[in-house]
Ligand binder design. Structure first.
Ligand code: MN3
Length: 264
């Protein structure tokens, strides 16, 4: 079943088209990266503005927060429709944020009470909702409108070299990633990840928000293949959605994340 959380009201408003255009191409924080590394890499790529409010965590409050999108909901049309984007962001992602904060609060109670009877339950909730929050935060910033320079660039530079080294060619990478996405059993993701032991790239599937994840791997580019990500426009045709996804990938962002992940 889909873990939507309709009881949670949107905690952020859609940004205007003008704001979105101003934000397209601007560097937006991704939770997997240290702010310094991210700033350095995005500046090297010509990124003009770092918006650390988009990191998905409010240090002052000590709570995870729903980050705003760096573009308006309708700007990924026709590949991902506006209604799906709005519901996905303000209901589904917000639900993971709330679930993550709840799990951490409950685990604090476990420590304070000394009653560990629910530690397994809340640990599982932490992994599921925490995975959901991080996955979606990364997903939003690695998408970009199809007419943007980032989408049109394709994989270039160090990212293209790493894809060729790890998979033989960019086309072979895309075919493998597409197959992995199409074959996820139930709700989940396909990911391009940097694997730090081999210092190479791998393609993985993720079931739900965190299962069958290879420890230590750093997510660079994922596609959400839960039905909530595509059903309004594509119904059961997941393969059509995955094919359309390639039109809205923010390639310079993926490249910056690779450089940050491996340190050079
Ligand atoms: Mn989702």
């Amino acid at each position: 079943m889909d873990h939507s959380s309709p009881e949670h009201e949107p905690v952020t408003s859609p940004i205007s088209r003008r704001q979105a255009i101003a934000g397209v191409g601007a560097a937006v924080g991704a939770v997997a990266l240290s702010p310094l590394a991210f700033a350095q890499q995005t500046q090297a790529l010509g990124g003009s503005k770092i918006d650390f409010s988009s990191l998905g965590y409010d240090a002052a409050k000590g709570e995870y927060v729903l980050p705003p999108l760096p573009y308006a909901y309708e700007t990924l049309e026709p590949h991902i429709d506006a209604a799906t984007m709005e519901i996905h962001h303000t209901k589904h992602h917000a639900g993971y944020v709330a679930g993550l904060n709840k799990a951490l609060a409950e685990l604090k109670k476990v420590r304070e009470s000394g009653d560990a009877s629910l530690v397994k339950h809340w640990s599982r909730e932490l992994a599921f909702h925490g995975g959901g929050h991080v996955n979606h935060t990364l997903f939003w910033v690695t998408l970009t409108p199809p007419d943007s320079a980032g989408a049109k660039a394709g994989p270039i530079g160090p990212l293209a070299a790493a894809l060729r080294e790890s998979f033989g060619s960019v086309d072979a990478f895309k075919a493998h990633f597409t197959a992995a996405a199409n074959a996820v059993e139930g709700g989940g993701w396909a990911w391009l990840m940097y694997e730090p032991v081999s210092r190479r790239l791998i393609i993985t599937q993720m079931e739900k928000q965190q299962e069958i994840y290879m420890t230590g791997s750093v997510p660079l580019l994922g596609v959400d293949v839960w039905e909530h990500a595509y059903y309004l426009r594509y119904q059961n045709r997941r393969a059509d959605y995955v094919k359309a996804f390639w039109n809205v990938v923010n390639w310079p962002m993926v490249g910056a994340m690779l450089i940050a992940a491996r340190g050079s």
